[in-house]
Design a binder for this molecule. Structure first.
Ligand SMILES: *Cc1c(COP(=O)(O)O)cnc(C)c1O
Length: 387
């Protein structure tokens, strides 16, 4: 017997497997500096945990509506209005098991077999695999460091074919730390709107922005973008809630019922008491988000200052997220060779860019404490000097 051809087309998540490798090496006592992490190093804020625990104690342990409890969908609609200038009825919002699950629901609800989905690279590694799960065809469009790793309207238009159904945009972006300006976002969406191409806008890092940068939700920029756009967001990154599995999509009116139907027959609702935590996160004080973001910025500043003077590497200054993408082309190593040697020789974990569709890069995460960051940078410097 064999698994399905669909299953065989999919590559397992490299970041998740490398992450567990780092954890198991550390458990064996190896002094690993982990700059590979794809999640906040902070614990979930107390008031959010208290809300979930309180609801458990109160017996909130049954199925909820598939798309989420009404008060959470309302809180999300209010947030999208207040923060993003987006007007969604709660019925357009589906709360899912993470933003990842929200993306998959959208793809399953919109793609026909063979539909092409344009994905600018370097990309978040799950996009192409999720497109394949939905029987679509990922079309990877490389971007360039000189353009801040942002796809241009010309590059987008050039990648289009009659089979193009969607483009996936992710700003602030993982793994690049790039943030699209309002003008850039609008220009891309115009190209999409002219051809009725859908936009999956993954806004999960919206709150983790530096230097006073501003986030633009593409659906808010023009009335013609709204019916084409799926606005995806979640709680994992901004509120340090990765393990809770809580995200959502706000869909255009024509698609909301389809997204909900798919989820209702696969996972049903997100864990009942986790939804109460999410509700507290959106209705409660927001200073925790600001405090974590300030800390990421402090670390970003440190990393940029230290790495700026290292030989054989290049990078753009991240404007958001907790990643820095290191261009290693001058080392003549592939990203996998670079990451493996750095782990073996210096016990530093980074993620090879081949996982993100760019073999000339590796991703450094600064979702780790300052002390680890300092040791990581020292070891990286030693490694580069020896090359
Ligand atoms: C972490 C991440 C997600 C997924 O977040 P979950 O809500 O934990 O599923 C989605 N998109 C990007 C770009 C991410 O980095």
């Amino acid at each position: 017997m064999e698994p399905s051809s669909r299953a065989k087309r999919i590559t397992p998540s490299l970041t998740l497997s490398l992450g567990s490798k780092a954890k198991s090496l550390r458990a064996k006592g190896v002094d690993i500096v982990n700059l590979g992490s794809g999640e906040p190093d902070f614990d979930t804020p107390e008031f959010i945990k208290a809300a979930a625990m309180g609801s458990l104690d109160a017996g909130f342990t049954k199925y909820t509506p598939s798309s989420g409890i009404p008060e959470l969908r309302e809180a999300i609609a209010d947030k999208l209005e207040a923060d993003n200038g987006l007007s969604y009825d709660p019925s357009q919002i589906t709360v899912s098991c993470g933003a990842k699950h929200a993306c998959l629901n959208v793809l399953l609800a919109t793609l026909e077999t063979g539909d092409e989905v344009i994905i600018p690279a370097p990309y978040w590694l799950s996009y192409p695999e999720m497109v394949k799960i939905a029987d679509g065809e990922p079309v990877i469009v490389p971007t360039r460091l000189e353009n801040g790793y942002k796809i241009t309207p010309e590059e987008f238009a050039e990648a289009m074919t009659p089979k193009t159904r969607m483009i996936i945009l992710n700003s602030p972006g993982n793994p690049t730390g790039s943030v699209y300006t309002r003008e850039e976002m609008e220009a891309l969406a115009r190209v999409a709107a002219e051809e009725d191409i859908l936009i999956l806008s993954d806004e999960i890092y919206e709150k983790i922005l530096f230097d006073g940068e501003k986030h633009w939700s593409v659906a808010s920029l023009d009335a013609s973008f709204y019916p084409l756009t799926f606005t995806v967001n979640g709680f994992s990154k901004a509120y340090a809630m990765t393990g809770w599995r809580l995200g959502y999509v706000a869909s255009p009116p024509w698609a909301a019922a389809a997204v909900e139907a798919i989820q209702s027959h696969s996972t049903s609702n997100v864990t009942s008491f986790a939804q109460k935590g999410a509700l507290a996160a959106y209705r409660g004080p927001q200073d925790c988000v600001e405090a974590m973001t300030q800390e990421y910025q402090r670390r970003r500043d440190y990393l940029v200052a230290q790495i700026g003077s290292l030989p054989k590497v290049n990078f753009i200054r991240p404007q958001g997220t907790f990643y820095l993408l290191l261009e290693i082309g001058d080392t003549k190593l592939s990203s996998t060779q670079f990451a493996e040697r750095l782990l073996e020789e210096e016990k530093v974990m980074v993620i090879p860019g081949v996982a993100f569709g760019d073999d000339r890069t590796v991703r450094l995460s600064y979702a780790t404490d300052m002390d680890s960051l300092q040791r990581g940078v020292e070891r990286l410097a030693g490694f580069l000097k020896r090359l």
